[in-house]
Design a protein around this ligand. Structure first.
Ligand SMILES: [Zn+2]
Length: 198
């Protein structure tokens, strides 16, 4: 299972991006609809126990009504389940489509990651009429006969490293050229990064 929250980081600091008002989309339907007593990277500092990347609804009636979406706990202190944990940090999350009661129906994640992208500045790829044209071109520096889209996006050995950086998993030409906005953004980034001029 993967839960995700996408934030708009434009104009934010290295901590302020993690805020409810910046959520673009989320695996939890109620994440931005409900109120929060904590929604921050710093989270809750209770002197003996810390909850980071903390997205929490409330602390209603102490531990039994303590509810939220995600927390990374750094200490073996706090509510019973937090105290009993063996390994820290401990990534707890709400496994359903809405918040969970931490002590009764939360789940533990194997991994927690933060991924950054500059997609907001990405341009849709322009196949024709720019210096990054990838229509049929002359011979490629690698020795191939034609430097066309198929060659550049999929085959050219000189671009293997760059290609792997943008597409760690193989992806079909169709998706690279006509896929989602995200896919097209990645294609555009790849073309700029490859420094293609014909
Ligand atoms: Zn080539």
């Amino acid at each position: 299972m993967v839960k995700r929250v996408v934030f708009n980081g434009k104009g934010s600091t290295f901590t302020s991006w993690f805020s409810a008002s910046r959520v673009i989309l989320s695996s939890w339907a109620d994440l931005t609809i409900r109120s929060h007593n904590y929604f921050s990277l710093f989270g809750a500092d209770h002197i003996t126990h810390f909850r980071r990347f903390f997205m929490n609804l409330d602390y209603r009636s102490s531990c039994t009504g303590y509810r939220g979406w995600f927390k990374a706990t750094e200490t073996q202190a706090g509510c019973p389940k937090e105290v009993k944990t063996l390994a820290i940090p401990r990534f707890a999350y709400a496994p359903g489509d809405t918040f969970a009661v931490w002590e009764s129906n939360a789940a533990l994640a194997d991994a927690f990651g933060v991924f950054l992208s500059s997609i907001s500045s990405w341009q849709p790829p322009s196949i024709k009429g720019t210096s990054h044209q990838i229509e049929d071109g002359p011979n490629c520096p690698c020795g191939a006969n034609r430097q066309d889209a198929q060659h550049v996006l999929q085959d050219c050995p000189l671009l293997d490293d760059t290609r792997l950086k943008y597409w760690p998993e193989p992806r079909e030409m169709n998706q690279k050229l006509y896929g989602s906005a995200l896919q097209l953004g990645i294609t555009a980034e790849f073309i700029y990064a490859s420094d293609l001029t014909i």
